[in-house]
Ligand binder design. Structure first.
Ligand code: NAP
Length: 256
């Protein structure tokens, strides 16, 4: 029970990596706030996760609110405090990656991606940090960045800067929030099979290529990222801040 007694907010927890992380946090004893977009599909998925968590006597609530909205962080924090009395861990995970070429990138696709992945995240991290500071007992903030913070992608010119931005935000926040005992770290997943890349990986050649490039010989599953998130959220990582953890099956170091 690495997270017993802690309240954990995870954005984008209705599906994919966030869902797996929310479930593992609950298994580790945390009370969980499941953030999602507020769409009918997101709400339904979040409610089914609450049931899965309740099945092993875990506690969770859901808060639907657009990650691009600067007020979403306040809503998530208010939901956590009303239901569970505190915020101990904030995981910024919600994100989109609508693959698109650079030269004809529509402005609205660029702006939606940056607002969802980075601008909203900035204010959500700020809201969670203020709550943790006021509680006076520290906390942990984790950004789900990406291997894309370190490498480029021709169809991801709008996406990779948001992931590099989150990585950088955690580094700067580690300095800004260290005096309050609030640790800030990022995880950098490689290719994890989820809805975000379902269409891209439907191309069998691309799927085989990505698999062959990964030293561990398989794509990641959402659950592969859950453990590293729990580790960084827990007191096992009590002296870890400003760090980033690649969770990519070795993809990044495989040059040839
Ligand atoms: P996913 O399966 O598509 O899940 C995305 C999650 O984000 C869903 O819970 C979704 O909620 C939520 N979300 C999307 N737009 C939102 C919005 N406007 N407001 C609030 N919530 C919103 O994607 P995933 O692969 O798990 O990705 C999670 C994070 O991991 C992303 O930040 C992504 O960049 C990062 N990542 C993924 C990979 C990968 O290979 N999969 C690699 C590196 C990094 P709804 O259900 O309500 O839509």
């Amino acid at each position: 029970m690495l997270l017993a007694g802690k309240t954990v907010i995870i954005t984008g927890a209705s599906r994919g990596i966030g869902r797996a992380a929310a479930k593992e946090c609950a298994r580790q004893g945390a009370r969980v706030v499941i953030g999602h977009s507020g769409s009918e599909q997101g709400t339904e998925a979040a409610r089914s996760l609450i049931e899965e968590i309740a099945a092993f006597d875990g506690q969770a609530i859901e808060v639907g609110s657009d990650a691009a909205d600067p007020d979403t962080g306040d809503r998530l924090v208010a939901g956590a405090v009303n239901a569970f009395g505190s915020v101990d861990v904030f995981v910024n995970n919600a994100g989109i990656c609508p693959f698109h070429s650079f030269l004809d990138m529509p402005r609205e696709v660029y702006l939606k991606t940056v607002n969802t992945n980075l601008n909203g995240a900035y204010f959500a991290v700020q809201a969670a940090a203020n709550q943790m500071k006021n509680q006076g007992k520290g906390g942990a903030i984790i950004a789900v960045s990406s291997i894309s913070a370190l490498v480029g992608g021709g169809m991801q010119t709008h996406y990779t800067p948001t992931k590099a931005g989150l990585h950088s935000l955690m580094q700067s926040c580690a300095i800004a929030l260290g005096p309050y005992g609030i640790r800030c770290n990022s995880v950098l997943p490689g290719t994890i099979a989820t809805d975000i890349n379902k269409d891209d990986l439907a191309d069998e050649e691309k799927l085989a290529y990505m698999t062959s490039r990964t030293p561990l010989g398989r794509l990641g599953e959402p659950d592969d990222v859950a453990g590293p998130i729990v580790f960084l959220a827990s007191d096992m990582a009590k002296y870890v801040t400003g760090a980033s953890l690649l969770v990519d099956g070795g993809l990044f170091v495989n040059l040839q």
